[in-house]
Design a protein around this ligand. Structure first.
Ligand code: SF4
Length: 397
């Protein structure tokens, strides 16, 4: 009898079989399904704890399954996509050194960008496939003038997904209230330093005060909890991580540190110079007492209570402890390409069929096929890793 024990990391007492694993297993036969277990034994996902912990069987390499099941938006490794990241523009008003060159990048031509109606329709197709959270990203999403209309259109979908946004915060002082009124639920603001000189050096723009005003407006508009996303970079801001946490705590913002990933336009990222999650944690422990918060589920952030709580800090070890085995993400670019992973080297074109009269069912089929091809993980640090050609600003974080 086949026993499949994969899926999202189970909470204590929960069954080990995830919805996606069950769906894939049902569509497969006998030993073929065992490859699912094998995928996780390669170090992706919940088995990174070590197979001995859960007593999982030893499985050798098995062929990939060839049949794609219906049901939820599932990939060949049994993961179910529920979290959609939509890049609404590739433009940005900062020039972060780790993201794009000083002169910017060639932006997507306007005719190639999805219109509001096209974007909302595609999000609707994905909601029909089981997406339950939509995160708007960029580039800088606030640069899309029609963003409140986009949010309102997504909020009108049935079932209504949760709507979040990742932004650099510039312009949020004006837009937080209208976006909240249109249906935005939550916001993450990217902010790596609260030192004005460092901010200028990192972003090549003197806009720290704008970001601070944006954060205040987000809190005032009820986009709670307001989260701050930070990347620690060696020799630039890594010595100041505790200051940033202190600053966020005093203002009621929830800080999350994210390991820097190889998505820069210049392809200059190096594993050896990356500040690891462990280093960040160690630096924070020099000033604060951190207590792990149990019940992480499939969330990427490891959360800690600060000095006993209730304030928390999150640390996301995307590179050193990848959580790809629990990944529930799918991405849509501003020019209408569906991507199954941040690091995918392929994408499927939805814009052309959309503009050629495709039905929702046709579009859903393209999305399903692309998701089925999703790799087990990003593979950073392996010989086969190839940084995607699209820069981060054109993928969406
Ligand atoms: S790298 Fe790809 S598979 Fe891994 S968590 Fe990110 S999007 Fe998911």
């Amino acid at each position: 009898m086949l026993e499949v024990r994969i899926g999202p990391r189970p909470a204590p007492g929960e069954p080990l079989v995830g919805e996606g694993a069950r769906t894939v297993a049902l569509a497969l036969e006998g030993e073929r399904a065992a490859y699912l277990i094998n995928a996780h034994r390669r170090g992706f996902g919940c088995l990174r704890k070590g197979p001995g912990v859960l007593g999982w069987p030893t499985v050798t390499d098995l062929p990939m399954p060839t049949r794609r099941p219906d049901g939820p938006l599932v990939d060949a490794f049994g993961r179910v996509a529920r979290d959609l990241r939509v890049s609404v523009t590739d433009r940005c008003n900062l020039r972060c050194t780790y993201c794009m060159p000083a002169e910017g990048l060639p932006w997507l031509p306007k005719p190639e960008m999805l219109t509001d109606a096209e974007l909302i329709r595609l999000v609707g197709v994905l909601v029909g496939l089981g997406v339950r959270q939509v995160r708007l990203t960029g580039g800088e999403p606030l640069l899309r003038r029609s963003l409140p209309d986009v949010v309102a259109g997504i909020a009108a979908l049935d079932p209504r997904p949760t709507i979040a946004m990742t932004t650099n915060g510039i312009g949020l002082d004006r837009l937080a209230a209208p976006l909240a009124a249109a249906g935005l639920d939550r916001v993450n603001v990217s902010l790596d330093t609260i030192d004005r000189g460092e901010f200028l050096a990192l972003t090549r723009r003197d806009r720290l005060a704008d970001v601070e005003r944006g954060l205040q407006a987000a809190a005032a508009a009820g986009l709670a909890p307001v989260k701050v996303n930070a990347v620690a970079m060696r020799g630039i801001n890594d010595a100041d991580v505790a200051d940033l946490l202190q600053w966020c705590m005093e203002r009621g913002y929830e800080l999350r540190f994210i390991e820097q990933m190889p998505l820069d336009a210049g392809h200059e990222w190096q594993a050896t110079s990356m500040v690891t999650a462990d280093e960040v944690e160690q630096r924070l422990r020099e000033r604060f007492t951190l207590t792990p918060v149990p019940g992480r589920g499939s969330a990427p952030a490891e959360r800690f209570l600060i000095d006993g709580g209730p304030a928390t800090v999150g640390i996301i070890a995307s590179v050193s402890r990848p959580f790809c085995g629990d990944c529930d993400r799918v991405r849509l670019t501003a020019d209408g390409q569906v991507r199954n992973c941040l690091f995918a080297n392929s994408e499927a074109d939805l814009r052309t069929p959309l503009r050629s009269g495709a039905t929702d069912a046709d579009l859903a089929q393209v999305i399903r096929d692309e998701m089925w091809r999703k790799a087990p993980g990003h593979g950073i640090g392996t010989s086969g890793f190839h940084q995607p050609d699209r820069p981060m600003s054109a993928i969406g974080g």
